[in-house]
Design a protein around this ligand. Structure first.
Ligand code: ADP
Ligand code: MG
Length: 613
């Protein structure tokens, strides 16, 4: 036989092509939601079971399909949205390739019912792995309901490849949020395993953001709106003081299509230069309305990149628009910004006084609820202002109480008592002093140590929490007034599976609606640090990776240690300094910080001798 080439059977070809469009449940969600939007729906419901592995259903009240169209819709390259290649340059819909439904139907069990306004009843089709298995009529309201069951049932290798439910539902949530953000004129509800995750009424764009990401965004956002002949940039950016260490909510939409663009991201980042500390990220929700002719839309079905014809102009305009938005609301130095019909780069006026961006840092921050001002040197035990209960909270309970170590300083009566007492526990000489206002200096046997206090304290707390973890005993300190942390729907999804794990660390916490209520905290955690700990943890949880409990514990412990550690030693008493040094040297890894940096710089007698020789 000389001729070897054969055409693939349709269903095999479709399965292969489907791989391009349908990578995971979230891809199905995206396609179905976009179809509902294209159909002009004002009300869309997303119903998901088992992170989309069992069921993804979208019900819309859009214009529906005729009986014939309903069958056609599942053919490859069947679309009502474009008729010729020219239409590609004039796209007003999300879909246009006519591939999604055919692809989805090739790799799942699909049932679709649809009814147009003129029809008495809805038509229904069932398609199983690309084959029409049933059709008929149903009594349904106008619109379309599409159920996708058992995704990849006929491609076991793909099905096995799906990630844990938590990961897949995060992807679905991402897609849902993108569509919901771009379409505040549409009401959305999203159910997962019978729990309602989102209920978003029709609203203004800003309220849509707040409804998705939580009440705190109400105060955080400033509007951006600039327009030239060919481009309009509108939306919101987060105020600089709400910037986060983790990339927070960052969204670009071009003609209502979500896109990713490092290039545009850079432009926003540029506008925030000097307004936020290095390593922090602003949030933004920015919409570009452009003439479809000026962008290349004929992109890969799942691609989120886009190409502008005049990228540099877009870059400059975006950076300026954001600056302008920030300036208008007095959160940034304002620039002269005159936009004519043709876009020009803003020039800053040399005669105009420039207001330096302010980043508020409270250098006086002291984690102790009731700081003792002034006196830094003195015999702690004789100092009536020094309250051991205050500093006890900075030390993990693990540190054996070796009692106050007498300092080598004159007594307060000025008698010049220079007696040195050496505590024999741990061979600790007990001379701990502040050095340069920033470091601790102490003698330990024949070594002289300079300690970095914050890193040291982080290390101490970190090890103490880890010990608690291994003993599974973490006492909780009950709060007089419960503290609440608001959650966005998204954060709620991410944190819920881990709440029981938090109890093991001394958190007494309950979830209710979109709030976490804390009734008790780990003993070492200062109440005022709770918001920071939780924000960092929620940010960590956003990284989408697969988390097991070990991973979660380590993240939580690190956050706790970081946020409960002292920031400076200004108000620390002698005795507190001693305890800090002691506790550090009792650690398993006293010399390395949680971030791999040194905690201690040491000079030994040998080194000294060498130096003098
Ligand atoms: P595309 O969206 O690229 O046209 P799809 O495969 O997603 O391709 O959909 C094929 C066609 O099915 C659409 O062009 C549209 O006419 C019709 N369709 C799909 N979903 C809906 C819906 N929810 N309501 C009305 N019509 C729909
Ligand atoms: Mg489509």
């Amino acid at each position: 036989m000389r001729d070897l080439i054969q055409l693939l059977p349709d269903n095999v070809a479709n399965q292969i092509a489907a791989g391009e469009v349908v990578q995971r449940p979230a891809s199905v969600v995206k396609e179905l939601l976009e179809n509902a939007i294209d159909a002009g729906a004002k009300n869309i419901q997303l119903i998901v079971k088992d992170a989309g592995k069992t069921l993804i259903q979208v019900i819309d009240n859009g214009k529906g399909m005729s009986e014939n169209d309903l069958r056609m819709a599942f053919e490859r390259h069947a679309t009502s949205k474009i008729r010729s290649a020219n239409d590609l340059f004039n796209l007003t819909t999300m879909g246009f390739r006519g591939e999604a439904l055919a692809s989805i139907a090739a790799v799942a069990q699909v049932r679709c019912s649809s009814r147009m306004a003129d029809d008495e009843v809805a038509s229904t089709v069932e398609i199983n792995g690309g084959k029409l298995t049933n059709y008929g009529q149903d009594a349904l309201p106008v619109g379309t309901s599409l159920e996708v069951k058992n995704l990849f049932f006929n491609i076991p290798a793909r099905r096995q490849f799906l990630k844990k439910d938590q990961v897949e539902i995060n992807h679905i949530t991402d897609e849902f949020q993108r569509v919901a953000l771009a379409n505040p004129q549409v009401a959305f509800r999203f159910f997962h395993n019978n729990a309602e995750l989102f209920n978003l009424p029709i609203s203004k764009p800003k309220l849509r953001i707040v409804n998705i990401f939580g009440k705190k965004y109400d105060q955080r956002l400033v509007p951006v709106d600039e327009q030239t002949e060919h481009l309009r940039i509108r939306g919101f950016v987060g105020k600089p003081d709400s910037a986060k260490k983790r990339r927070g909510e960052q969204f670009f939409f071009v003609n209502n299509r979500f896109i990713k663009s490092p290039f545009l991201h850079h432009a926003v980042q540029k506008a925030f230069t000097d307004l936020i500390p290095h390593g922090y990220h602003p949030s933004y929700f920015l919409f570009f309305d452009v003439d479809p002719a000026t962008i290349d839309v004929n992109i890969h079905p799942t691609k989120t990149e886009i190409k502008f014809t005049d990228e540099n102009m877009v870059f400059a305009m975006l950076a300026s628009a954001v600056k302008h938005g920030l300036g208008k609301h007095n959160v940034a130095p304002s620039l002269d910004f005159e936009l004519g019909s043709t876009f020009t780069l803003p020039k800053s006026d040399p005669n105009r006084p420039v207001k330096m961006p302010e980043i508020k840092v409270n250098s006086d921050y002291n984690p102790f609820s009731n700081p003792t001002p002034g006196k830094n040197i003195g015999h702690a035990a004789h100092n009536p202002k020094s309250n051991p209960e205050e500093w006890a909270s900075i030390m993990p309970r693990d540190i054996p109480d070796i009692g106050p170590i007498k300092p080598m300083v004159p007594e307060e009566n000025g008698m010049g008592n220079t007696q040195v007492e050496v505590d024999d526990v741990n061979d600790f000489s007990g001379m701990v002093e502040k050095f340069g206002g920033k470091f601790l200096l102490c003698i330990h046997g024949d070594q002289l140590h300079f300690i970095h206090p914050r890193r040291a304290h982080e290390r101490i707390l970190f090890e103490a929490y880890n010990k608690e973890l291994s003993r599974k005993t973490a006492p909780s300190q009950q709060l007089l007034f419960p503290q609440t942390i608001d959650l966005s729907a998204d954060e709620k999804i991410r944190i819920t599976p881990w709440l029981s794990e938090m109890t093991g660390f001394g958190f007494d916490v309950e979830i209710n609606e979109n709030q976490l209520n804390f009734y008790g905290l780990p003993v070492n955690l200062n109440e005022s640090s709770l918001p920071e700990v939780m924000e960092a943890l929620l940010d960590d949880l956003q990284d989408g990776g697969q988390w097991d409990s070990n991973h979660f514990h380590q993240k939580l412990i690190r956050n706790l240690a970081k946020n409960s550690a002292i920031r400076n030693i200004k108000n620390l008493q002698k005795e507190e300094l001693n305890h800090l040094a002691e506790a550090l040297f009792l650690c398993d890894e006293p010399f390395i910080s949680l971030h791999g940096k040194p905690t201690v710089f040491t000079v030994t007698i040998n080194e000294l001798e060498k130096y003098f020789n």
